[in-house]
Ligand binder design. Structure first.
Ligand code: FES
Ligand SMILES: [Fe+2]
Length: 349
């Protein structure tokens, strides 16, 4: 089950072109392509005639021609031509999905198009902001997407899963503050006067104890933003003066492909060594490697959950406070969707 009235990342902007591409979101087959004017289009990937995937067809100008009997569909999903007959039969239509391009990403709305408000798309402007340098990527994962949201909302795993990259023992010892609304959860952790992990030590380029912060925001249904950085201990970062430190904004969003597979989209935008190709590569490699470590843990966790006996229980720890708050928000949104049936918006905006 998915929260349908929500924006999800469909692809990076440069992944979509004039060759129709088959994708799947929330269990629905979708074909992506660009019109001649460059606008991105998302249609149901299933011809209304004999159900060949339209991604097997080809673009003729701005219409997508089915590869089986040649029916042609415009960007609204309407069939506009049937070879061999002048009349287009009633109902010759496929679903068209709202799409919005923003911050280097193409977002898709799976639910009721009438409720697709672009203002509800998360602010990920750091990806293309010239004041920051961003790298990123996408990682398919054989797991339910909320398992990776759980992972993001409890960064104590960093000490163990990313021991050789991002890990620092003090993350486990630092207390968290959890703030919540009916649309988002924020978890704040400050680690004062301690040793940062290898990546951040190198980014700061200074020795000595540091003040470090991790401020993680969650937005329904599966979007997060991490404000993270380090500064020399006592230089004023906890009070708001980050001018002596280095920081990043990490935009991460999970797109459900179906109930058992998901796609992890990440971008890491830093405000240090901007425009430095070597720093880009180092960040891409080390952060990308850390996320592969996460993926391996999450896939193993999913396999273990799949084998769990009926009625099994998990135990909760203090560090799970943010994760549990997110799960409550998410479950409440799902419950509202179920109660509303086909009608009424849910609070995914
Ligand atoms: S299946 Fe598409 S035209 Fe027949
Ligand atoms: Fe991680």
């Amino acid at each position: 089950m998915f929260i349908r009235d929500a924006w999800y990342i469909a692809a990076w902007r440069n992944e979509i072109g004039r060759t129709p591409q088959a994708r799947k979101y929330c269990g629905e087959p979708v074909v992506l392509f660009r019109r001649e004017d460059g606008a991105a289009v998302a249609l149901e990937d299933r011809c209304c005639h004999r159900h060949l995937p339209l991604s097997k067809g080809r673009l003729v100008g701005d219409v997508l021609q089915c590869g089986y009997h040649g029916l042609e569909f415009d960007a609204t999903g309407a069939c506009v031509r049937v070879p061999g007959q002048t009349r287009v039969p009633p109902g010759a239509q496929v679903k068209s999905y709202p799409v919005v391009e923003r911050d280097g990403l193409v977002w898709i709305w799976i639910g009721d198009p009438a409720r697709a408000d672009p203002a509800a798309i998360p602010d990920y402007h750091w990806i293309e902001d010239p004041a920051w340098s961003a790298v990123g990527g996408s990682i398919p994962v054989n797991a339910h997407y909320m398992l990776w949201i759980d992972n993001l909302m409890d960064l104590t795993h960093t000490t163990y899963v990313h021991a050789t990259t991002l890990g620092a023992d003090a993350i486990c010892r630092a207390p968290i503050k959890t703030e919540r609304s009916d649309k988002w959860i924020r978890i704040t952790r400050w680690i004062l006067n301690d040793e940062p992990g290898i990546y951040w030590r190198s980014a700061l380029g200074k020795t000595g104890p540091c003040d470090r912060w991790q401020i993680m925001d969650y937005f329904l249904p599966s979007h997060t933003l991490l404000d993270v950085g380090v500064a020399p201990a006592g230089s004023g970062a906890p009070g708001g003066d980050r001018s002596h430190g280095v920081e990043a904004r990490v935009c991460i969003s999970l797109t459900p492909i179906d109930e058992t597979t998901s796609c992890y989209h990440w971008s890491f935008a830093r405000n240090f060594r901007r425009g430095d190709a070597a720093a880009d590569q180092k960040t891409q490699d080390s952060i990308g490697r850390a996320y592969i470590e996460d993926r391996d843990v999450i896939e193993a966790q999913q396999r273990s959950l799949d084998r769990a006996p009926p009625g099994f229980k998990m135990i909760d720890l203090n560090a799970d406070a943010g994760q549990l708050a997110v799960r409550r928000l998410y479950e409440a949104a799902l419950a509202r969707q179920t109660a509303a049936g086909a009608r009424g918006p849910i609070a995914a905006e």
